[in-house]
Ligand binder design. Sequence first.
Ligand code: GLC
Ligand code: MG
Length: 537
Amino acid sequence: MERNLLWWQKGIVYQIYPRSFQDSDRDGIGDLAGILRRLNYVADLGVDAIWLSPVYPSPMADFGYDVADYVDIHPIFGTMADFERLLDEIHRRGLKLIIDLVPNHSSSEHAWFKESRSSRDNSKRDWYIWRDPAPDGGPPNNWLSFFGGPAWTQDEATGQYYLHQFVKEQPELNFRHPEVLPAMLDIMRFWMDKGVDGFRIDVIWLMAKDEALRDEPANANWDGVNPHESLLHIHTQNLPEVHGLIRAMRQVIDEYDERVMIGEIYLPNEQLATYYGEDGDECHLPFNFQLIDVEWDAQVVGQAIEAYEACLPQGAWPNWVLGNHDRPRVSTRAGADQARVAKMLLLTLRGTPTIYYGDEIGMENVDVPPEYVQDPPAVLQPEIAHAIGRDPVRTPMQWDASQYAGFTTAADGPWLPLADDYETVNVAKEREDPHSMLAMVRLLVHLRRAEPALHGGSYTAVTSNVDEVLAYVRRHAAGDSFLIVLNFGDENQELDLNAIEGLATIVLSTNMDRAGRVDLASLYLLGNEGLILRLSG
Ligand code: GLC
Ligand code: MG
């Protein structure tokens, strides 16, 4: 039976990294008026919601994830009036807007932190996490920053250290202080009163830390690359206390109609599942990043899907993410040959998909020459910049073949270098080509929207004779069922799908060159090809 699914269950989320989508004022940095200009493009894709990475006032020490004022807009991006206009226009097109909330840390330029650091007895002192130096004068414990070096910086004014798990300009708020959570909840109300449809909550699983600030133990399995991973983060991540904070945030979400709360959480399935809450009273969608990290192999991906499905608590709605502003682009990670298969997978799985801007046209990681590197972890640890730098996945959206790809007309060009391939990989060109990646993604999105089985049906794995192929059925009582077959290998295959036979109709192929009836007893699949087949009867 067709349950009444909510917009964020049925829908598809499209992530916009605002600095890189569209510049309108010729400063080389994307802005709100630019997004407005490109809104019809997003609506036409057929997605349901935009998730916008932070546009708050910020010194940009972490490109907006260092928030200096939670209730205003950075002039680089525009004004509050621009934001309201954009929100209106988003709603006018039947889309939703999810904004980024960064409660774990503020900018060191936030008024709260300026007060906090001013003296030991300031009333906001304990809004942040301050400690005396260790006996040798060093940091209070061994905790490390994700971005390199200790998670502590000593402040001259008082001689104490403050905690920051990212750059030192991102001091961490102390949610054990009774006034901090209520302040954050009011910020959520401020934006929901304006009409935003939900939040993607930054590093939500880090919001509580060990009260005694105990040292973290060494990670015996460390691969020696990223120093942050040399410790096991048992005192800074996934603490039991975090769930109370999340429940409180969810209660505020529930004061409003149909808003959504998405949590950024990098944890294995069993732990991730706890972020739905014991009674479904925490995140609507704890982000599921498995497709970002998994080895690109049909068997491994198939097992990852099964394992995730098996861990979901009763009533929990699944979700899938293929890329974001922190992780390698899928076209690079899985390889250009697999990029279409990857999108067909994302858009036919059970659960809300999130598409990262530019992935729909096949944008790749861009090699950023050392002199252009901007991302703090890459700047702070140049020796491992190739492994942890995020500039390559944040390059300007490729709109057309004109100078700077239509992203900007700034005299000095865009804030990050453009991809070399922008003259061939761009929206204008792909729009003209009925077989382009963009054309395929649009069809996938529209098919998913139209078919109850694809946006709301069950998922059942189907075994076959070929290890390189992932096959599954999406089924719903209303409408038709679909068989999806994805060839993760580059060799042609003739499939024997064991349990499934009879005739089916190809509704979409990744190469967009096949249609019509096929006999499932001998289904032929090209290398790197994916098919969606409508099952009869
Ligand atoms: C999240 C964001 C990332 C940011 C970090 C610190 O992981 O996605 O971009 O650097 O939090 O806010
Ligand atoms: Mg601009």
